[in-house]
Design a binder for this molecule. Structure first.
Ligand SMILES: [Mn+2]
Length: 410
């Protein structure tokens, strides 16, 4: 189990993928709305275009079943990058009409066997998708095998996606770093007092961390304002004036929305029920990507004096039904985010309280929604109008544990 085994798996699929690509004029490329997703999409797009096939890119914030289903009905070839592996069984089920579906991801994968589905994930080969391999690095490996040394020039962008994985650069990301250094487009630099790497994009040199932040802001805050397109363009052409001014606009917009939302939460918008403290922003964030709700919750946990440190913080907002660059709509849904303040985090670490992801996944499922995430942060989608049921179920779930004697501190 190693990088060698990941390489031989990709090699084993290569001829079949090329054969399928040669029969198509265009493929659909679905990617996640952050820097890892954008750089993954950029790398795969360049490799596919090299083979003379065009790409139609669709950026999504979550793997909505409606999106997978609508794309599956259209058939053809679909690539999912930095998204999809955990939902491979669902994708397989709704993609039966497709010639080929290729998932390249590093999130915890679910195993599924379908004749037209390829699920490339480092976790299947004993490589950690949280510590050693970003999705961009796996996509780079894929491109390197698909088009050979022509892919070398894509290594710097893979290194930008790998910013998502904190700490020392190791495993597959390390191999990508070595390849990126060979291009002469990557150099060592000091960033915030630490050794880091700068990337040269069309003559403009920029620390990879800053490039990564900008790509994420474009794709998420700018989600409904052509942000994902501009982010892909930034991978090709670097920080152009038009992109820089759009970024300033988005930063301003985010600050404005944060202060309106904070106002609402402070002025009676924060409700407490059992161990849940929650708020609902309605349509306030409807024109920015739903990821902004999660970052706002994190901001509240760190800065908001009204937030109790021993309770789950839960935020809701109405989800904009549009999926940009497609005719797919996600009607009547709300986005929910959950964050864990510090006192509660210690209890979860000691196994004395339920993790954010378990709590939200169970509550969302009960109302016909879905969720994913980690111990201290998670998010999900629920039917609009079911928000208060979600709160009530979470209240019950946290109380249940107390009665079972797990929460010694409450
Ligand atoms: Mn990722």
């Amino acid at each position: 189990m190693s990088i060698k085994s990941l390489v031989s798996e990709i090699k084993s699929h290569r001829d079949r993928i090329v054969e399928h690509l040669r029969r198509q004029r265009e493929v659909t490329l679905v990617f996640h709305d952050d820097a890892d997703g954008v750089t993954s999409a950029y790398i795969v797009k360049k490799a596919i275009e090299k083979l003379g096939v065009a790409c139609h890119e669709i950026c999504i914030e979550k793997l909505f079943p409606e999106v997978a289903q609508a794309l599956g009905m259209k058939g053809g070839i679909i690539f999912y990058v930095d998204i999809g592996s955990p939902h491979a069984p669902l994708i397989a089920r709704v993609s039966k009409h497709c010639d080929l579906v290729v998932i390249i991801d590093h999130h915890n994968p679910a195993m599924v066997r379908a004749p037209n589905l390829i699920n490339i994930n480092p976790e299947f080969h004993g490589i950690s998708g949280e510590k050693e391999a970003s999705s961009s690095s796996v996509c780079y490996l894929f491109a390197r095998i698909l088009i050979g040394s022509e892919a070398l020039k894509l290594a710097p962008m893979a290194l930008v996606g790998a910013v998502e994985i904190p700490g020392e650069i190791k495993g597959l990301n390390r191999i990508v770093l070595d390849e990126a250094l060979k291009t002469g487009l990557v150099s060592r630099c000091i960033w915030r007092g630490r050794p880091e790497y700068s990337i040269n994009v069309k003559g403009k040199v920029i620390p990879r961390n800053e490039l990564s932040t900008r790509l994420t802001i474009l794709a998420s805050v700018g989600y409904y304002r052509e942000g994902p397109k501009l982010a892909l363009r930034m991978c090709e052409e670097g920080p152009l004036p038009i992109i820089e001014s759009r970024l300033k606009e988005l930063e301003r917009e985010r600050r404005r929305l944060y202060s309106l939302a904070l106002d609402r939460v402070v002025r009676g918008g924060l409700h407490e029920e059992g161990r849940i403290q929650w708020f609902h922003l309605g349509d306030l964030f409807i024109d920015v990507g739903a990821k902004v709700l999660g970052t706002f919750c994190s901001y509240l946990v760190h800065r908001g004096r009204m937030i109790r440190p021993d309770r789950y913080l839960v935020g809701f907002m109405h989800l904009n039904p549009k999926i940009p660059d497609s005719d797919i709509r996600i009607e009547d849904k709300s986005k929910v985010s959950i964050r864990v303040p510090n006192t509660l985090a210690r209890l979860i670490e000691m196994n004395k309280s339920i993790s954010a992801v378990d709590l939200l996944t169970r509550a969302a499922r009960r109302v016909g929604g879905f969720a994913d995430g980690h111990e201290f942060a998670a998010s999900g989608i629920v039917p609009r109008g079911k928000e208060h049921d979600v709160v009530r179920i979470m209240k019950e779930l946290t109380r249940e544990r107390k009665e079972r004697g797990l929460d010694l501190f409450f």
